[in-house]
Write a protein of this length. Structure first.
Length: 176
């Protein structure tokens, strides 16, 4: 997701360019399994300091369910708004000091703006802590590990946790 912004860096503040995003077979992160193309839209606006980039992407990730551990496909809509700063002066070609804004991304010395890292960070932030294959996922049996979405298992339901602790103690006692 590279954009040549040389012309835009020479333009007056407020000038903007817009692009549709369509990327096939893109690898954002080794921990992310993207199973769809990435489609979206980006707007790049000239500011005093550099460029303000905002837009959105749609993509589908393959995630593992927190409860049943099965993999499932999760469509995601991710919006972003980021500052990019120039690393070389567009007119003179001299190196510029790094931006004081620690969250801003660099535009490289060939005036190429790479959206990949910004989108990678946004996608990672958007993945919830608990990912469920479906809202009412039944999860795994705590005793035999059977996937309860596929139907019940033959285990006896655990009646009371205090009782089962007692039961374990008795079992350990009889094994000793
Ligand atoms: Zn599940
Ligand atoms: Zn079971």
């Amino acid at each position: 997701m590279l954009y040549n912004v040389a012309q835009l860096m020479k333009a007056s503040v407020g000038t903007s360019l817009e692009y549709d995003i369509h990327e096939e077979d893109i690898q954002l992160d080794e921990d992310l399994k993207i199973v769809s193309p990435i489609d979206g839209h980006v707007r790049i606006r000239r500011t005093n300091q550099g460029l303000l980039v905002d837009g959105w992407v749609d993509l589908t990730l393959e995630l593992a369910c927190t409860r049943c551990l099965e993999e499932f496909e999760q469509p995601m809509h991710v919006t972003f708004m980021e500052q990019f700063y120039p690393t070389v002066d567009i007119i003179t070609g001299t190196m510029l000091p790094p931006s004081e804004d620690e969250d801003a991304f660099p535009i490289d010395d060939h005036h190429l703006l790479d959206l990949t890292e910004a989108i990678r960070q946004r996608v990672l932030l958007e993945i919830p802590m608990v990912t469920l294959c479906r809202e009412d996922c039944a999860g795994l049996c705590s005793q035999c590990g059977h996937n309860l979405n596929l139907g019940p298992c033959d285990c006896q339901p655990e009646v009371d946790t205090r009782f089962s602790v007692l039961q374990k103690l008795l079992q350990n006692g009889s094994e000793a």
